[in-house]
Each structure stands twice: as C-alpha cells, then as structure tokens.
Design a protein around this ligand. Structure first.
Ligand code: M6R
Length: 643
C-alpha cells in the first residue's frame, strides 16, 4: 500500500465528505399496485437507466411479487444490452430494489452483480460502498453455516440479517443490528419477504436520498434516479437507518457496535420533515450534480479520483517493477490523452529510475511491436480499455511473446483482459468525451511506478523516494487548491482565447507532454487549432507563424525546464505573441510572459498532475464561451472502436 492505513482513512473520509462516492447506483421503490406497482419492473429500469452514469458493469434488480415470492434478476453488461434478458417489464409488485455497478473490487460477473441474497432467498440487498470488515464477518458467518456464492463484500449483509433473524430478532431490528457492526462505507437498500411492503435502508458515507412521490417512496444513491416521479427529497445523514413503505418513512439514528450478539443497537427517532427539500434541477442537471457539464464535474472530481487511485495501488505495481527490471525493452503505448500519459510515463521512468522506454502512439505501434520478443514489456494505457488501436497493438505484442501491462479505468475491459498485469486507475466513470480525471489518475500510476522502480533499482535514494512519495500524497489537496484558484482565471482568460484561431502550447522536458495534453483539450472541445511542441523547436520552423496577438502557452513545471525556457518566452514576446505561462510560485520566469498563472511549487515529477488542470479549465471555459457543448465534441466518441 502506498499510504499508511491511518492516512488513508483520514483523507478518504475527508474527501468522501466533500465529494460523495461516485461509484455504483442503487434504487429502491415502495409503491402500491395502483400507483406504480403494476409496472414496477419498468419503473426500476427507468430509475436504473438514470443512474447509469454511476456505473455500467452490471445491472440487477429484485422484487417481491404479489404472491409473496422474491425474484432476483441480474447479470453483467449495460442496462440496455440486458434489458430484454432480465425481463424488467414482466414484473409487478409493491417493493423492488435495483443496482448498477462500477466494479472496483472483484470482476464484473453475473454472480458478483447485485442484488445479493441470504441462504433462503428471502432477503435481497443492494449496496454502494466498501465493507472493510467483510472478511471477518464472512468467516464467522460461514462457521455458523451460511453459504456464500459471490466474491463481494456486500453478500455479508443479507446473511448477517438472516443470522440475527434466526436468533429471534424481527427484520428491522436484525437489519439495524447488522448495519451497526459493518465497518467501511455503505448505502444499502434491502427487501425481505417477511415484510413485503417495506424497503429498509442505511447510510454511512456513501450517499443515499429518499424521494417522496405520490403513493410511492424512493430510496436512491442520487436524485436523478427518481426525478421524473418526484422532486421532494430528503438527504440522509451518516448512520441513519430506517424503512419506507408506499406512504410512510421511518428514520432513526444508530450507533456502531462491535459484536454479533443479537441486541439491537440503541437508536433514536429522527425528525426528518424539516429537512425535506424541493429540487428544481432538470434531470440532466441533476445527473451532473449541479454542474452545467459532465466535463466540469469531472474536473472537480479529480482530487477524489487521484486520492482513490493513490490509495488503491498495491502489489500489482511491484509486479510491473519486476517485469521492467528483467526486460530488454519497454514500450508504452496509448492514443490521444492516454498517449500523453504514456509519454509522461516514459520521461518519469527515465528520470526517476534510469529506465529507457519508448512511448508510441497506439495506432502506429503495431508495426513497431511486431518485432518485440518475450524479453520485452509493453505498457498499454487506455482509460476505456477498449480503444481498438491500442488493443490491436497489444495483440501483436502478445503474439510476439512480450509481457503486457494494462493501465485502465475500466475493470475487465478488453485490454486489461488480454494483458498479463492489470493496473487500474480509480477515477470512476468519465462521461465527458474529453479525458480529464482519467488523465491525472494515469499520471498518478506512472509517478508511483517510476518511484517504486527507482527505489528497487537503487537510482532513487531512500530520502528522495520518501520525499517524492509524500509529495504525491499531497497532490489531491494541491489539485483541489489549483481548481479553486484557476477557475476564475480560466473564465477570464477564455474570453480572449475564444476569439483566437490558433495557439501554441510549449514546454521542455516533462512539460512537453503536459503541453500536448493542453493543446488537445483546446482543440477537441473549443475547436481552436492548437499545436504543442518542445519549446526549443520554435526557431526551426513554427515561429514563422507567430504574429502580434498569437497565443503561446508555456508549461513550466519547475525543474530543468525552468532553467532554460526563459529564452523561449522572450523570443515569442519579441514577435508580439500573447504569452501565458503556468509556472511555480516565485519562478524565475514569472516576469517574462504577459499572463502568469502561478501554482504551488512541487517537485516537477509530481507537478505534471496539478499543472494540467488550468489547461483543462481554460479549454472548458473557451468551449462554453464559443457556445459549444464540451461533453459532446463534434466528430468524436468517448470510446474509439474503429481503426
Ligand atoms: O480510452 P482511451 O484512453 O484508450 O482513449 C484514447 C483516446 O481516444 C482519448 O484519450 C481521446 O484522445 C480523448 N477524447 C481525449 O480527451
């Protein structure tokens, strides 16, 4: 583990408090047959469809049928691909729960899909979050005769409730007792054939809201799920539990307990009515969490995405270190933004570990990789894990016997599936076509990999290693600061940038791939021609295009680049260019450009991550200034599956 357990917990809870937990969506509906119950399955489908942006690895639902049976339908895949197979529309009833999953632990299989049930198929549970003490609980429950069928942490919940019921508690008390001994994060909805008109719920850290409809109550991870049925909502607080029927809600606060003794935890009834709010958002706005676009939401999610990725990296990185140590050649391949992460990775491996590697654009890689051998390593970077150019290159490399490492944001997607080692970023679903949080989390992976490699190979003295590691741990905080500081600046700058036809993005050394990413953002969503190249190249051709007012952005990370880029800024100013620099606070170059955006000074190896953020914001605000939708740029798709 990269962080100590205590550090992880502190930052984790802090960030979860700020951002909420964006993976998986849950829904519960308590209704009557005359309200929505006659079409319960169809309504569950609609609610889950509205939650699809939270995850789409698998989908499932459970209903109690009018004759009192529990029916559970679930499988791997996107909701529209499995709608027919699951037969949503065939089911009616007065209570039902559903789940859409973004897998972070355990592959997205049919068995791991939610809901999960007890031994007797009487209780069904959907859950968002992570139960940290599930292994102990599972062992204890197995000893007591419970049978588990999935690899999930969630499955302990129905078995715990079943266990407490066996020992004499009624369902609600058994549920409260079970919740009180769970550790970790959770938003839970549960149904039980013994209480066929109720949905039981509980929340700790993962978000959970109740919707008050006409003759129908909803329980969900997020408001968009039920917004077309009601806009009256109650946001639950930590350690609140309760149940809904079609016309009533009970909310209680409980405390946590330690043991499996069937004594329900002390609880107090919560007067929730004053907390009910009317939400005026449209469905689309609600899915975006109040942001005007997914891209802006995703830019703001970066501190949490980076934190989750840092804390989620584990032994797989040491597996990659071992492969690289023994390799003759290392290639890093990716397309678009993932190529920029690859190039940054290649610089970092060289700087921190003295390892030479070659970054190659995925669509050009297959010819190169057709000559690799079993002594070579290929690192394939793809947030979606499905980009065909990258996948084809991976297949070529595998055929030649090379070892392949996948760096992806989507568990079990094609590229990780076909690779020898999988390293996952934990950015959560990225909906905006422009990659933002998946890029910064890819950079986290490469920074950490280079640090580990440097340590193992002895190129990085212990003190430097520790120092850089502690700087990497501070990145979520720094990114948070950079977003807050740069948003007004980006908004203002964008008014001028919006009127330009072309721009250069220049850097040196590690600043080159960050400049390339800055240029890509501006061109793909604001449709302004942007070119990035190493600043030293200007005089070999590109400076011929520069005339008064021509925008030139400089990326200065604060290492070797800072020492030598001053002259490149001067030469552009001398031709009347409009120069803008992103540089560390107090930098020696800060007086040279017309506009300077000073950011916290970090090690340049770590600065790559926060220093891209101003470019993301400038591109975003320039696109909106020009009246374009940054989430859906013309001619582009989120996942490119044609060559
Ligand atoms: O899913 P991948 O990371 O393999 O996608 C690669 C590129 O298509 C992607 O990075 C693309 O360049 C983005 N739209 C950039 O914002």
């Amino acid at each position: 583990m990269l962080l100590s357990e205590i550090e992880i917990l502190i930052i984790y809870y802090l960030l979860l408090f700020i951002y909420g937990f964006t993976m998986c969506g849950i829904i519960g509906i308590a209704t009557t047959l005359t309200a929505l119950g006659a079409n319960l399955g169809t309504v569950l489908y609609c609610c889950l469809k509205n939650l699809e942006y939270r995850g789409y690895d698998s989908v499932g639902f459970a209903v109690i049928t009018p004759d009192g049976r529990l029916v559970v339908r679930k499988c791997r895949g996107k909701i529209d691909d499995v709608r027919e197979k699951l037969g949503f529309d065939r089911y009616c009833g007065v209570v039902g729960i559903g789940h859409t999953r973004w897998a972070t632990h355990g592959p997205p299989t049919d068995v791991n899909a939610h809901p999960h049930t007890d031994c007797n198929m009487g209780i069904a549970v959907v859950h968002n979050g992570i139960i940290e003490n599930y292994l102990e609980l599972r062992e204890e429950l197995i000893e007591r005769g419970h049978r588990f069928i999935s690899e999930t942490d969630t499955e302990v919940i129905p078995h715990l409730v079943e266990e407490f019921k066996r020992r004499g508690l009624p369902t609600y008390d058994a549920f409260k007792k079970a919740v009180s001994i769970l550790r970790g994060t959770f938003a839970i909805a549960m149904i039980d054939v013994d209480e066929p008109d109720k949905i039981f719920f509980a929340r700790y850290t993962s978000p959970l809201v109740i919707g008050f409809g006409k003759g129908t109550m909803f329980v969900s991870s997020d408001i968009p799920a039920f917004l077309e049925y009601t806009n009256r909502v109650l946001v639950l607080r930590d350690l609140e539990v309760g149940y809904v029927t079609s016309s009533s809600v009970v909310v209680e606060g409980i405390s946590q307990s330690e043991d499996l003794d069937p004594v329900p935890p002390p609880s107090r009834v919560v007067e929730f009515r004053p907390r009910i709010r009317v939400v005026e958002w449209s469905l689309e706005a609600a899915k975006k969490g109040g942001y005007p676009h997914f891209m802006l939401k995703e830019i703001h999610e970066q501190p949490y995405a980076i934190f989750s990725t840092i804390s989620g990296l584990g032994p797989e990185i040491d597996g990659v270190v071992e492969l690289i140590r023994r390799a003759d050649h290392v290639f890093i391949i990716g397309a678009g933004t993932s190529y920029h992460a690859s190039l940054t990775g290649s610089y970092l491996l060289h700087e921190l570990a003295g390892v030479f590697s070659q970054a190659i654009i995925a669509s050009e890689a297959q010819w190169y990789l057709s000559k690799v051998s079993d002594r070579d390593v290929v690192i394939a970077v793809s947030q979606s894990g499905e980009t065909i150019d990258t996948l084809v290159a991976v297949r070529v490399a595998k055929r030649c016997g090379a070892k392949v490492v996948a760096v992806s944001n989507v568990i079990d997607s094609a590229i990780p599936r076909e690779s020898d080692i999988q390293v996952y970023t934990r950015a959560g679903p990225e909906i905006g076509v422009a990659a933002t949080k998946t890029f910064t989390t890819q950079l986290v992976v490469f920074t950490y990999l280079a640090l580990r490699l440097g340590k193992v190979l002895g190129t990085l003295p212990e003190d430097n290693y520790r120092d850089l590691l502690s700087k990497l741990r501070k990145v979520p905080e720094v990114v948070e600061y950079v977003i807050a500081r740069c948003e007004p600046i980006a908004r203002k700058l964008s008014r001028e940038v919006a009127s330009k036809r072309s721009a250069y993005f220049l850097g040196r050394w590690l600043g080159v791939p960050i400049s390339m990413e800055g240029a890509l953002k501006l061109k793909e969503i604001a449709y302004i021609h942007a070119e990035a190249y190493p600043a030293g190249e200007s005089k070999h051709g590109p400076i011929a295009l520069v005339e008064p007012g021509f925008p030139v952005f400089f990326t200065v990370l604060g290492g070797y680049d800072e020492e030598i880029i001053g002259g490149n800024i001067e030469e552009m100013r001398a031709r009347g260019a409009w120069t803008i620099a992103i540089c560390p606070r107090g930098s020696r170059v800060r007086r040279l450009p017309e506009v300077v955006i000073e950011l916290p000074r970090l090690s340049p190896y770590v600065a790559t991550i926060p220093y891209i953020v101003p470019y993301q914001l400038i591109a975003y605000y320039t696109a909106t200034q020009r009246g374009f939708d940054p989430d859906k740029p013309r001619n582009l798709a989120k996942t490119v599956t044609v060559m």
